[in-house]
Design a protein around this ligand. Sequence first.
Ligand SMILES: Nc1ncnc2c1ncn2[C@@H]1O[C@H](COP(=O)(O)OP(=O)(O)OP(=O)(O)O)[C@@H](O)[C@H]1O
Ligand SMILES: Nc1nc2c(ncn2[C@@H]2O[C@H](COP(=O)(O)O)[C@@H](O)[C@H]2O)c(=O)[nH]1
Length: 219
Amino acid sequence: MTIGGHGTDGVERRGLMFVLSSPSGAGKTTLSRLLIDRMPGLRMSVSATTRAMRPGEVDGRDYLFVDKLRFEAMVKGDELLEWATVFDNRYGTPRAPVEAALTAGQDVLFDIDWQGTQQLREKARADVVSVFILPPSAADLEKRLHSRAQDSDEVIRKRMSRASHEMSHWAEYDYIVINHDVDDAFAEVQSILKAERLKRERRIGLVGFVRGLQGQLQG
Ligand SMILES: Nc1ncnc2c1ncn2[C@@H]1O[C@H](COP(=O)(O)OP(=O)(O)OP(=O)(O)O)[C@@H](O)[C@H]1O
Ligand SMILES: Nc1nc2c(ncn2[C@@H]2O[C@H](COP(=O)(O)O)[C@@H](O)[C@H]2O)c(=O)[nH]1
């Protein structure tokens, strides 16, 4: 599924699935937007959800907003790569755009919870790179949920009460980033992606490249 494009050095490389998870409000969306803006060759996976649209969200850009019937049909039709119920709503990753991006040689960025990450890992362990984002403190997390000003106090309470459970999955992730400062956290996440892109096992063109170099040395 993930055979694809070329790195900046022209060597063919397997595409990777770059996953960010965290308790709600720790900063996944913020970091994802920066990654998409600043890292060429990275495409955002736009999830389907049954939750209501927040002010400022755009259908098709932030999520595909669907009703429960449509979501069920997507599950039954095997249209989702993974899906889960989070905060009483359904969320899932449409399969086709992810496969198309990977086949075209792009990496794909996912903002999904621990349940979805487990499902992706079961399907394609070698191609999944997962990062868990932690807030610096519980007080900061709550402040961020309020400062986003998009959820009711009741929704924020629910998200805070689920934060500890979500965080209990931190040790399943490949990398942990503590989001004190957005620029620092972004630099760390960016470094992880850059290093993972250079991993030998993903760079399937290296054998041919090295053979070519050896040929030049012998010839
Ligand atoms: N390092 C930071 N310092 C201060 N505020 C931050 C930081 N990172 C993110 N924020 C702010 O915190 C709020 C929540 O961030 P964001 O929406 O990115 O979280 P999230 O993890 O995607 O949440 P959810 O899981 O609910 O979608 C936003 O208002 C964002 O601007
Ligand atoms: N397993 C999945 N989880 C997803 C997906 N899309 C988003 N999410 C997670 O849901 C919560 C809540 O998101 P919000 O936008 O309502 O704040 C958050 O943890 C997301 O990471 C998905 O496709 N699959």
